[in-house]
Design a protein around this ligand. Structure first.
Ligand code: OSB
Ligand code: MG
Length: 378
C-alpha cells in the first residue's frame, strides 16, 4: 500500500458537522428502526482543498456501541491531537492504533485525510489507493416490512431495477415464512438474510430451516459480540454465515476465519477503522479465498462514495449493500446521486477524491450543528 507513505501537509481548519436527513421510509432491523440518517461529518481544509469524512455511528447504540456523541468526544480529545506536521498517513494510522476500539471515530478522521490527500494529488480515491477502475455491483438491503405482501412488493421493485442481490432483514418470529414467501415468488434471485444478532445458539434448529431456501448467506444471526458461537452454528448449517457487527479489525477477521465462524465477511470500512484496515481485511480474505463484500450504514453520498471506491479492490467479488440514493433520500447532500445503470451496475463518481460534490445550499439544509475543532493560527 504505497499510498501510506504520503505525507500529510499543513491543515488550515477542521470542522465537525452534524447532519440529519429524513429517510423516505423508516429503516428497521431486529434491534431498532431509524426514521432519519443523523451523522457526523468531518471537514478538513488545506490550501483551498476540502476532505470529507462521514462517521457511520448513529446517535444511538443499537447497531454498534459507538454513537455520534462518543465519536465526537474521541475525535476531538484523542484523535485530532495525533495530527502532526510532516507525518505520513502510515504514521497517523499507527498513532491511531494506540486508541483502543472506537473504530467508527478513527475511520472518520482517516477517511477525511485520505480524501484530502487524493484531491491534493488530483486523483480519484481508488486511483490514490492504487486500485483500477471498475463497475461496482449493486445490492439492496430491505428493512423489516410490516407484512409479507409489502416485502414481496419491495423485492419486486428491486428485481425490476436489476439489483444484483437482495438482502432481507429477519428477526425471531419474522423469518422462515417470510424468506419462504420471497423464495417462492423469486426462485432464481441472489437472496440473503440479515438477523442483526437476534438469535442465540438455542435457535439453531430454527435457523437450520433456512437451509431449504438456497440463500447466499445468513448475516450475523448471533450476538454482535460473539465469534465463537457462530463457529458452532456454522457447523450445523449448510448455508454460509457472514459476520458483520462482530468484526471490528483484521485481528477479528483472522479469528473468525481460523475458528470457521463464517465463510463470508461483510466489510464496512466505517466499522473497522477506515479504508486501510478494510483493504488489509480484503487482502487477508482473498489469500484464503474467502469472498467479501461492502456493507453499508445507510450513509449519505459521502460515505456511499467511499464504499464504491473500496469495492474496486480485489476480493470484493460479491454484490454489497450499495443502493441508489433515491431509495433512502428525497435529496442527498452529495452530488451526483448513486444510480443503477440498465444492468444494475454502479459507476465510480466522477471527481477527484471521493468524487462527489457537496453543494453548500444542500449541506446547509440538513446541518443541525457545526463546530470548529481546529484552526491554524499563522
Ligand atoms: O446490518 O448491514 C446492517 C443499516 C444500518 C445498520 C446495520 C445494517 C444496515 C443495512 C443497510 O443493512 C445497508 C445500506 O443500505 O446501507
Ligand atoms: Mg448487517
Amino acid at each position: 500500500m504505497k499510498f501510506l507513505q504520503t505525507p500529510i501537509g499543513p491543515i488550515d481548519r477542521i470542522d465537525l458537522l452534524t447532519v440529519r436527513l429524513p429517510f423516505l421510509h423508516p429503516f428497521a432491523i431486529s434491534s431498532y428502526a431509524w426514521s432519519c440518517k443523523e451523522a457526523l461529518l468531518l471537514k478538513v481544509e488545506a490550501g483551498g482543498v476540502t476532505g470529507w469524512g462521514e462517521c457511520v455511528a448513529d446517535p444511538d447504540p443499537f447497531y454498534a456501541p459507538e454513537t455520534t456523541a462518543s465519536c465526537r468526544y474521541i475525535i476531538q480529545t484523542f484523535l485530532l491531537p495525533l495530527l502532526e506536521p510532516g507525518m505520513t498517513l502510515a504514521d497517523l494510522s499507527g498513532q491511531m492504533h494506540k486508541v483502543r476500539g472506537n473504530e467508527m471515530a478513527k475511520a472518520t478522521l482517516e477517511n477525511a485525510v485520505i480524501d484530502l490527500l487524493a484531491k491534493q494529488q488530483g486523483k480519484k480515491l481508488h486511483e490514490f489507493l492504487g486500485l483500477p477502475a471498475r463497475k461496482i455491483m449493486s445490492g439492496i438491503s430491505l428493512g423489516l416490512q410490516e407484512t409479507p405482501d409489502k416485502l414481496l412488493e419491495a423485492v419486486t421493485e428491486a428485481v425490476a431495477k436489476k439489483y444484483h442481490r437482495v438482502k432481507m432483514k429477519i428477526k425471531k418470529g419474522q423469518d422462515i415464512e417470510w424468506v419462504a414467501a420471497v423464495r417462492k415468488r423469486f426462485p432464481e434471485i441472489q437472496l440473503m438474510a440479515d438477523a442483526n444478532g437476534d438469535y442465540t445458539l438455542a435457535d439453531a434448529a430454527r435457523l437450520r430451516e433456512l437451509d431449504a431456501f438456497n440463500l447466499m448467506m445468513i448475516e450475523q444471526p448471533l450476538s454482535y459480540s460473539d465469534i465463537y458461537q457462530h463457529a458452532l452454528l456454522q457447523q450445523q448449517l449448510a448455508t454460509p454465515l457472514c459476520l458483520d457487527e462482530s468484526i471490528h479489525s483484521l485481528d477479528d477477521a483472522r479469528t473468525a476465519l481460523e475458528l470457521g465462524a463464517c465463510r463470508i465477511i461483510n466489510i464496512k470500512q466505517g466499522r473497522v477503522g477506515g479504508l486501510i484496515e478494510a483493504l488489509a481485511m480484503a487482502e487477508l480474505a482473498a489469500r484464503r479465498s474467502i469472498p467479501v463484500w461492502s456493507g453499508g450504514m445507510d450513509e449519505t453520498g459521502i460515505g456511499r462514495a467511499v464504499n464504491i471506491h473500496l469495492q474496486t479492490a480485489p476480493g470484493f467479488i460479491l454484490p454489497g449493500d450499495t443502493s441508489e440514493t433515491s431509495r433512502y433520500f428525497h435529496e442527498d447532500i452529495a452530488d451526483p446521486p448513486v444510480v443503477l445503470d440498465a444492468q444494475g451496475g454502479i459507476d465510480i463518481p466522477p471527481g477527484a477524491g471521493i468524487g462527489v460534490e457537496i453543494p453548500a445550499g444542500r449541506l446547509a439544509r440538513y446541518t443541525i450543528a457545526q463546530e470548529r475543532l481546529y484552526e491554524h493560527k499563522g
